[in-house]
Design a protein. Structure first.
Length: 352
């Protein structure tokens, strides 16, 4: 039986000098300890984060490590750690060569990327000369059950700089042949916004059997005692090759494929307060399509097609690249990517 992966507790650690490497390692090892990793597993997490952070210091400008907890299993008992290393450095001309042990552009031993790839359960990387690099590594405290074949979902969600909590939340509800995704952006930022977004997530999970429009309507009623939120729900149904979408407020949605991009319609308003209309729209879901949902902490228009090869990478890596280049820096920021998959093909970034 498949148990979905749930993402929790994402945090950002700027890596601007060598002292930040130790800080990132401590944060990762503390998180691994809380998630049930063995002593050897904690050591692997420490090595992966140390290598990634050290590479940022050596090669990058504006380096950043994103750490997040993962849960899977029947009751979420299997813990994992996700790490994204982002930079705006010189990038790599030949990624495959950089992954080989012994290769280094600065005279070092050249074992960092190879070590990360060997230790990670999932590993992925995207780099472009002059634009920078994004690296993904996921490690689990124990092996995972089988995964579904129809969809891979990932995302980045971070609080406004200087805030301790984020007013943005996202969530997934899985069914055998379909999945629903929620993005909620509480009005403003800080604890009040976070309260509204958490209530939206709670209501979403309680009513995930409904249609997207009915879920948004139910969330609208549930948020009346809060400051309200922008809310969007998308339902991906691969057997029907469709996406159903309903949104209120400034959550943007786009379906991107080789056939082009299609923006989804969201109506003005704030769930919990004033809503002009709640209406559901249906869009085509081509094979190997991407669904991108994002809050107004990112620029209005995103262009994943401008990055050669990016749309074939892991959704976490796609989301992190878009966050790096499109986040406004003055609000909570969330971008969620769902990637259609062909039955029988390996998942993006899978190494074991």
């Amino acid at each position: 039986m498949y148990y979905p992966v749930e993402v929790r507790y994402m945090s950002s650690l700027p890596v601007t000098d060598i002292s930040r490497v130790a800080e990132a390692r401590r944060a990762a090892t503390e998180l691994a300890g809380r998630l049930g990793f063995s002593e050897a597993g904690v050591g692997n997490v420490a090595l992966v984060v140390t290598e990634a952070a050290t590479n940022l210091v050596k090669h990058a400008t504006a380096g950043e490590i994103l750490l997040y907890a993962l849960r899977s299993g029947q009751s979420g008992q299997i813990g994992g750690i996700g790490m994204l290393a982002l930079d705006r450095g010189p990038g790599m001309t030949n990624v495959a060569k950089c992954l080989r042990d012994g290769y280094s552009t600065i005279g070092g031993p050249g074992t960092g990327l190879g070590a990360i790839r060997r230790l990670a359960t999932s590993f992925d990387i995207h780099s472009a000369p002059g634009a920078g690099t994004v690296l993904l590594a996921r490690l689990w405290s124990e092996p995972l059950p089988a995964r579904p074949t129809f969809l891979e979902v990932g995302g980045v969600s971070l609080a406004k700089p200087g805030e301790e909590v984020s007013g943005d939340e996202w969530a997934i509800a899985w069914f055998p042949e379909r999945a629903l995704i929620l993005v909620a952006d509480g009005l403003g930022h800080g604890p009040g916004a976070a309260e509204a977004a958490r209530e939206a997530v709670h209501t979403f999970h309680e009513h995930a059997a409904l249609t997207p429009a009915a879920i948004v309507e139910t969330i609208h009623g549930a948020l009346r005692s809060t400051r309200g939120a922008a809310v969007a729900v998308a339902e991906i149904i691969p057997p029907q090759k469709t996406v159903r979408f309903a949104g209120v407020g400034n959550i943007s949605g786009v379906v991107h494929s080789t056939e082009g991009s299609r923006n989804m319609v969201s109506y003005n308003g704030t769930a919990g307060h004033t809503v002009s209309k709640i209406k559901e729209f249906t869009y085509p879901w081509p094979t190997n399509a991407l669904l991108i949902l994002y809050s107004d902490g990112l620029a209005t228009r995103l262009h994943p097609e401008h990055y050669p090869g990016l749309i074939k990478r892991h959704p976490d890596l796609i989301a992190a690249t878009l966050y790096r280049d499109y986040a406004r820096g003055r609000d909570d920021a969330t971008v969620v990517v769902a990637q259609g998959m062909v039955a029988g093909e390996p998942g993006p970034g899978e190494t074991g």
